[in-house]
Design a protein around this ligand. Sequence first.
Ligand code: HEC
Ligand code: HEC
Length: 184
Amino acid sequence: MLTLSALSLHWCKTEEQITMRVNLKSFILWIAAMLLTTATEAAGIDLHLMWDDRCFACHGHSAEFARRFLSVSNGELQGRHHVHDLRRFMHNHYVADSNVDAVYNMLLQQASTQARFKDNCSRCHESAAIFARRSLELRNGELYGRNSGLPVRRFLDNHGALDQEEVDFFTRLLTRVAHEVYRP
Ligand code: HEC
Ligand code: HEC
């Protein structure tokens, strides 16, 4: 009898401890979840992944779409169907409100950039966005190659006999694309 009550007392205690532990565990998980949510909300979405996910099916590759159907006039991005106020159009067209400015700026840059990465680099590096995700990183705003560890500008000085204009062009292009992929 004595043994039994001691046992049940012991059991009760353990259960209490377990309950407390479970509560503590869910509390910690809850805190972690909150932190994670804040972190994902703070970091911008990779614009090229977003495009491939939500726009590609109807419009194809973003830069090709921009070059083909959009143009730039007095610094303003214009469409064929929607000539003015593309920002407002995109607000009501598949683009999340928080991304409208970023998508607008990406299309603006793409519409005014020639397909030189595609023509000169993509047979080895696929698209600029895939290459940026796989092999490049930004350190204090400057672009570096992951494998070489070198600033891209320096790496390109000895990559395929590019002249100074080409080194400038491709460094600028890849830095812009890296900012679209790695959003603050
Ligand atoms: C289901 C198909 C579909 C999807 C998905 C889609 N669009 Fe469109 N989009 C269209 C059609 C159709 C038009 C042109 C017709 C219209 O609305 O005037 C258009 C027009 C546009 C235009 C203006 C082009 C012009 O010539 O005026 C922009 C910019 C645009 N879309 C951006 C986007 C972006 C960015 C996304 C993804 C976030 C997206 N679209 C997703 C079908 C789509
Ligand atoms: C014939 C194939 C080929 C072409 C064309 C080519 N590259 Fe490369 N590139 C390579 C190889 C191979 C490497 C070294 C392996 C690696 O780091 O991915 C490399 C590395 C790089 C790196 C350094 C990556 C790192 O991790 O350090 C950059 C930047 C780069 N290429 C840019 C370009 C640009 C811009 C163009 C177009 C003007 C271009 N490449 C055209 C094959 C090519």
